[in-house]
Design a protein around this ligand. Structure first.
Ligand code: NAD
Ligand code: UDP
Length: 347
């Protein structure tokens, strides 16, 4: 796509954080659906290599602006260069433990960054945003499955940054009903593009379960610590709603399609509706990969909850979207990515 000219009947989407894990997978589906895409990323937690690989998958170059969402001039460059209709806003820091140690950095990057983004969007007359929220905003839910009207709370600065941003975007809509706002609350994304060429590439030792499992299976880590086996769940280990990243990506394309029809802020769970325990995941992964995952039972991790899984029926109703990939495919695709790229994007 050449700057300032949109040759396609569909619109131009600015994808902040488009080089990251969920963003890169979403960019593929957006391009396949016919949208013009501009990636805006400062590469603080991703690499240009992911974009190169996405270009290979879609068979065409991708417009990229290297910039920071906290820098209004970087943002203005994006809006002045391209006729952006909608922003899909993935950019943010996401490590819970780090957010406890560096709260100001998290509020600056995530909250202030989103405020700056919305200000420049407003300046440019672009008033449509799809935001990456998280199931973490449900805190420790009283029951499961979780519907969107459950009370929200946060136990750490990362979760609080998501809650604050949700409220800021709701206030923005109250101030000006021309805004279209969709808040997507993701459950636990796992898996990778079926090509095995892009996937999750965490820095250092992974915090999340699936990359820890795959790095153990590939021999980079020696043993998985299962955080607690005395929860009130079917086998005592924590239960989560793991969702294939391609399903999650598809949810964004649906949200984009439906956006013009929405006349209120939409808050939508993206999950499968099924909960699996840590040990369920280990077993499923061993079956899909043929690799053993050595594990030991360790103490509970501070801040963890027993069970968290979605009621995904609202997403079905308003987005006509439903997750379609099962735990086997999640494990197979995670493994294909990890085994083909033992060091992620680093050669
Ligand atoms: P990721 O770290 O892989 O991707 C985030 C991208 O944003 C990275 O490419 C990073 O370089 C970029 N970025 C960060 N700060 C930026 C800034 N100030 N300016 C420009 N770019 C910036 O993470 P992900 O897993 O793809 O998550 C995407 C979004 O979804 C995040 O907002 C995250 O909080 C949210 N989310 C993720 C999960 C999960 O488990 N992965 C769950 C719920 C919600
Ligand atoms: N978990 C684990 N060992 C690990 C990482 C995670 O036992 O090394 C457990 C964790 O306690 C939780 C589940 O796996 O029950 C999912 O954790 P993750 O950090 O991936 O996602 P969360 O739901 O906590 O955001």
């Amino acid at each position: 796509m050449s700057p300032s000219t949109t040759h396609h009947p569909l619109s131009t989407i600015l994808v902040t954080g488009g080089a990251g894990y969920i963003g890169s997978h979403t960019v593929i589906l957006l391009i396949e659906a016919g949208y013009d895409v501009v990636v805006f990323d400062n590469f603080c937690n991703s690499s240009r290599e992911s974009i190169k690989r996405v270009e290979k998958i879609v068979g065409k170059p991708i417009s990229v602006i290297e910039g920071d969402i906290r820098n209004r001039n970087d943002l203005r460059l994006a809006f002045n260069t391209y006729a952006v209709d909608t922003v899909i806003h993935f950019a943010g820091l996401k490590a819970v433990g780090e957010s406890v140690e560096q709260p100001l950095r998290y509020y600056d990057n995530n909250v202030y960054g989103t405020v700056a983004l919305c200000e420049v969007m407003q300046e440019a007359g672009c008033k449509s945003i799809i935001f990456s929220s998280s199931a973490t905003v449900y805190g420790d839910p009283a029951t499961t499955p979780i519907t969107e009207d459950f009370p929200t709370s946060a136990t750490n600065p990362y979760g609080r940054s998501k809650l604050f941003i949700e409220e800021i975007l709701r206030d923005l809509y109250i101030s000006d009903h021309d805004w279209k706002v969709v808040l997507l609350r993701y459950f636990n994304p796992v898996g990778a593009h079926p090509s095995g060429t892009i996937g999750e590439d965490p820095n250092g030792i992974p915090n999340n379960l699936m990359p820890f499992i795959t790095q153990t299976a590939v021999g980079k880590l020696s043993c998985l610590s299962v955080f607690g086996d005395d929860y009130d769940t079917h086998d005592g280990t924590g239960v989560r709603d793991y969702i294939h990243v391609m399903d999650l990506a598809a949810g964004h394309v649906k949200a984009l399609e439906k956006l013009p029809l929405f006349h209120e802020v939409m808050t939508i769970n993206l999950g499968t509706g099924t909960g699996y325990s840590v040990l369920d995941m280990v077993k499923a992964f061993e079956k899909a990969s043929g690799k053993e995952v050595p594990y030991c039972i360790a103490p509970r991790r501070a801040g963890d909850i027993a069970k968290c899984y979605a009621d995904p029926s609202y997403a079905k109703k308003v987005l006509d979207w439903k997750a379609s990939k099962d735990i086997e495919e999640m494990c197979e695709d995670s493994w294909r990515w990890q085994s083909n790229n033992p060091n992620g994007y680093t050669a």
